[in-house]
Design a protein around this ligand. Structure first.
Ligand SMILES: CN(C)C(=N)NCCC[C@H](N)C(=O)O
Length: 290
């Protein structure tokens, strides 16, 4: 894989009919025109940093189709010999209005798997039709894959199916019981040095090191670094450039004060649907500084 691949799907014209679970309903103010502009600017941040941005086939009949992270999961091979190759896993959502997203996501996953020597898995084939998992419920921190065991989009059968894949390529899978947030990555993500960041109370019990951030929108960061690397305290901060929402200026200032390079981007229209900067893409990274 020459350049890392960013899988994205453009927003549906029906975006304002997207699902809401835990936040107040401001969908009436949502502008699909502004959402399209924000989505394009989001993809341009990655293009500007050497990512190969690939569009998954549009799914205009799927209001939440832009949240492609929930449909596909990429796991770089972090096993000792790295002889298995990466895995790209088709998720299995329990949300009826999102089920139709999976067919076009699968078509893209097949293309990526062929082009990049990845093994394609279907969660449903491994765990059965009642095994549910969405990519928003998965947070990779080095060789640990944290999965939400307290939500309603992922269940135990889904976690077991994921574990049967992930352990083969060097990961351990740890369930975290998140309550009161849609996905695991609605509550926490991680800095390149392995520090987990969150905003809701009570999360520090699950993660070490942990950093409380001042805004809920500040929880989500994506690393612009083009390769997967084991989280380490010695990560070159200048190299580990982060993308985050413009809706969290105090968190941006906090992370910059700690030496992290941050690029902010507007995702307000997606935040109205409980989305964030991680949901809008699948980051397919090669395994090392290749
Ligand atoms: C990290 N997050 C939150 C995600 N990966 N997905 C957001 C999905 C939002 C959509 N309206 C829904 O309710 O499915």
């Amino acid at each position: 894989m020459a350049a890392p691949v960013l899988l994205v799907r453009r927003p549906s014209p029906e975006l304002a009919k997207g699902l809401l679970t835990h936040i107040s309903d401001d969908r009436a103010s949502l502008s699909t025109g502004l959402a399209s502009q924000q989505w394009l600017e989001y993809t341009n941040v990655f293009r500007a940093h050497g990512w190969d941005v690939r569009e998954v086939q549009a799914a205009d009949e799927c209001p939440d189709g832009v949240f492609i992270e929930d449909a596909l999961l990429w796991l770089t091979d972090l096993s000792e010999k790295a002889d298995q190759g990466p895995a790209i896993i088709l998720m299995n959502t329990p949300a009826p209005s999102r089920a139709k997203e999976l067919s076009t996501a699968q078509a893209c996953a097949e293309t990526i798997a062929t082009a990049h020597g990845a093994k394609l898995y279907s969660l449903k084939e491994i765990g059965g039709s009642e095994a549910h998992l969405e990519g928003g419920d998965v947070l990779k921190v080095g060789r640990v894959v944290y999965v939400n065991s307290g939500g309603h989009r992922t269940n135990e059968a889904g976690i077991c199916a994921l574990r049967s894949i992930a352990e083969r390529i060097g990961y351990s899978v740890v369930g975290i019981p998140i309550q009161g947030a849609l996905h695991l990555k609605s509550a926490v993500t991680a800095l390149p040095d392995g520090t987990v960041i969150g905003h809701m109370p009570g999360l520090q019990a699950f993660f070490k090191p942990y950093l409380q951030v001042p805004e809920p929108e500040g929880v989500a960061v994506v690393h612009l670094r083009p390769y997967e690397a084991l989280a380490s305290a010695h990560d070159e901060k200048a190299e580990a450039h982060l993308v985050m929402s413009s809706s969290a200026p105090r968190t941006t200032a906090l992370l910059e004060s700690l030496g992290w390079k941050v690029t902010t981007t507007d995702v307000t229209e997606f935040e109205k649907l409980e989305g964030c900067v991680t949901c809008l893409s699948v980051r397919c990274r090669p395994g090392s500084r290749s």
